[in-house]
Design a protein around this ligand. Sequence first.
Ligand SMILES: [Zn+2]
Length: 311
Amino acid sequence: MKNYLSLLLVVFILGALAYIGVQNRLPQEAAVISATQNDKIVALSTFTIIADMVGEVGGDKVESISLTKPGAEIHGYQPTPDDLVQASKADIMFENGMNLEVWTEKLRASIPDVPVTRVSEGVTVQYIAEDAYAGKPNPHAWMSPEQGLIYVENIRKALVAQAPQHEAYFNARAEAYANEIRSVDEQLEDALGKLPENNRVLVTCEGAFTYLATDYGLTEEYLWAINSESQGSPQQVAKIIEVVKEKQIPAVFCESTVEPRIQQEVVAATGARLGGTLFVDSLSDEAGPASTYLELLKHTANTIITGLIQS
Ligand SMILES: [Zn+2]
């Protein structure tokens, strides 16, 4: 019995000490936990479309930032000193890859410890057929919703690696988002499938629609393969004028990040009309018609259909 009482006393004292310890530690621990909970992962993406996808998968655990702003030209972009400051706050960085953002080299050198995820890793690559970039991967794989699903999976994996405590959350959000993408894919298949057989040639400024054209059975023609300094040469314009006349194409298009001036030369020389502005390399601003990746896909498909059918 004596032993039993001693044991009880020891247990009581230990318990009291532990209680005091907990009391003393609690405020600090609570502060640490709440700071961690409020501390979102800062995810820096090279352009608006990837930032939107990262935001969809990351939800409220991630602050998703795009380095380039809506409407910016993303191929020949030059990072500003402000961009370097922005980049220094990043916990993780996302880029498309496939030679799209050749300008990130300096930026990445300034944040050597920040992990970079190439979201296009594993897509079925379409190659550029002509121009100075012939044989190189066409970087615009997100214009295929099917390939977009691979982007989402790469983003999910990267966020889980960055914050494993939120794995179930990221998994659930990625799955829900993937289902939305699949649904948009079906809508596009259905809508673009209704274009008449003799009205399925898509003429654009940049050759940024190879993935979209491949998925939905369109024929792609473009003024230049990739936005660069050499875009809009007289030869490129002459080639497209020839194609538009020969195939009697009713409408041609240009993209939101490109001046449509050159395409207007084609319009003037052929009688085709300018079918509208396609969103491909950038989202619109929030009030615009392509403020998310999914809206961009739907709006661009609708513009193509309306442009080609109304003519
Ligand atoms: Zn582009």
